[in-house]
Design a protein around this ligand. Sequence first.
Ligand code: DGY
Length: 322
Amino acid sequence: MARPRIIVTRKLPDSVEARLKSLFTVALNHSDKPFSRAKLTTAMARADGVLCTFGDKIDEDILAASGARKARIVANFGVGTNHIDLEAAEDLGVVVTNTPDVLTDATADLAMALILASTRRMYAHEARLRRGDWAGFDITSGLGCALRGKTLGVVGMGRIGTALAQRAHFGFGMKVVYFNRSKVLVPSIPEAEAAESIEALLAASDVVSLHVPGDAGNRHLISAARLALMKPNAHLVNTARGDVVDETALIEALQSGAIAGAGLDVFAQEPNVPEALRALDNVTLLPHIGSATLEARIAMGMRAVDNLVAFFAEKVPPHQVG
Ligand code: DGY
């Protein structure tokens, strides 16, 4: 029997590409240039499976490939699947898979790094030093705030939210409050408190970290009105999806000092980051690198391959989302 043909939309770690080649007939993306809509559509029409990632907007038209669709599985490299129209995939009978768990530590580590960067004003200090504006050690300027005894509010207490809360609580002595759409128990942090509402969490927290999926229901979850509930000395961290926050309202809050700072790894219109945001020195900006460790990226790739292997062996893929 001919090997299934897999089209891969982005460059993958070498070991993942080697495994794919050993199992399938594979078209790799050596240049790593993102696929156009036309190329994604052609991939759906020509491959048995497409291995894609965040940034590949797989909507209904692309999934259908103008009635010429051949692919039966879209194996996403990444846990978030908000760039794929899951309903359309289900209607068309296309299986969608993702790669959870293996990026939890990397993303939680990065969220913790952003908390430290924001509360210790690292960007402003480093920029000052690089500009040559550092006159030497001084005692009172640009002081940050300590984390011990402060409250971390986690919005979305899933795998990554919980892993961050563990780091902040056990490693840095923070109290933890959390809000989750559905009721969750957090046995690993017995002291963690569930907030009654997002509003209550925002008002109580010194640092708020977002860990909700980027689905339509979470668009602008952190709105202007909700940002206004945060303490003026609080910090907002987002490693989830950019459109979970009303970016314009966040810029205003940072400009006016309505909140003290932010650490952002994700943006509403990636890779475009508003100039007004880039001009601020009370925000740390990273280019969507939450899961960007070699270890996590290899494990994510292997998980995507595991999903393809199971699917073409006529088994239910271990991480099927739709
Ligand atoms: C994820 O896995 O969802 C990361 O944000 C990269 O897409």
